[in-house]
Design a protein around this ligand. Structure first.
Ligand SMILES: O=P(O)(O)OC[C@H]1O[C@H](O[C@H]2O[C@H](CO)[C@@H](O)[C@H](O)[C@H]2O)[C@H](O)[C@@H](O)[C@@H]1O
Length: 255
């Protein structure tokens, strides 16, 4: 029996919830160069009319996920960006006012990062600040060295630390992918859910999928970098190519 069976009893009620980086877009050294695999948008366009809704829940700003995914013309698609703070659908973006701690952290970070190893970079997402170490010579070492500095800054500015794949983000507290998934599933009246992710931030979405009490399929986009998500998954696929293949299979299985 296919792992997709929980969705196939009433596929028109299924909510398909997808992460972006590492799940639809292969991980690359430079965050500005990440792009969804070219098969992604066509598969989502074909799947959209067959399911209740498709939602992308991402740490990225919603507009960037739409742009980097080539997703602007996918029908029935909502993008919840910045871990659920932002919402994009049908070409329109809702975004909240900036948390005051972000401006404070933005002002302090250049000095704090002045002595960071070469290759450490800052991604300013407006609502959050991400410190990346993937391009450092020793990425894990650099990340550990920065952890206590960034934790202290988060505490001082009222922000939360979001750990990810060779990244530590300072972002407003209070929202996470689990809360975003729960409220969206309730809003659309989902009868089942497929949730796919690759990183620690997706653990909350996996837990929310369990807590909804609906038939659910939790998909881990596998990598050597994150073990915790695979342990919670119903199925581990081979990175973004495996995710898009599974979505194509779902599309085909729904007659
Ligand atoms: O929730 P997601 O869609 O998974 O976004 C999480 C963060 O992903 C991005 O960083 C990751 O991908 C980069 C590009 O492949 C990679 O260079 C980096 O090492 C990864 O951590 C993104 O840059 C962040 O803003 C997202 O929050």
């Amino acid at each position: 029996m296919t792992v997709l069976a929980p969705l196939l009893k009433a596929p028109g009620e299924a909510l398909v919830a997808l992460d972006f980086d590492g799940t639809l877009a292969p991980i690359v050294p430079d965050p500005t160069q990440a792009r969804a695999l070219p098969e992604t948008a066509p598969v989502l366009r074909a799947l959209a009319p067959k399911v209740r809704a498709i939602v992308i829940i991402t740490g990225r700003p919603a507009l960037l996920a739409v742009e980097y995914g080539g997703l602007a013309d996918v029908p029935n698609l909502t993008v919840l960006g910045q871990y659920g703070l932002e919402r994009w659908s049908a070409g329109s973006l809702q975004t909240p006012p900036e948390h005051p701690g972000v401006a404070e952290a933005r002002a302090k970070l250049p000095l704090l990062l002045a002595k960071a190893p070469e290759g450490v970079s800052l991604e300013d997402k407006g609502h959050a600040l991400a410190v990346h170490t993937r391009r450092a010579a020793e990425p894990e070492v650099a990340l550990e060295r920065l952890r206590s500095i960034l934790e202290a800054l988060a505490e001082k500015t009222g922000l939360a630390i979001e750990p990810g794949r060779l990244v530590l983000e300072l972002r407003p507290p209070g929202m996470d992918k689990g809360k975003a998934l729960t409220s969206f599933a309730e809003e659309v009246g989902a009868g089942s859910v497929l949730v796919a992710g690759d990183d620690l931030g997706d653990l909350a979405a996996f837990a929310a999928a369990d807590a909804l009490g609906l038939p659910a399929v939790k998909v881990c986009s596998g990598s050597a970098e994150v073990a915790a998500l695979a342990e919670q998954a119903d199925v581990v696929v081979d990175g973004p190519a495996g995710v898009v293949a599974l979505l194509a299979e779902l599309c085909e299985e729904i007659s």
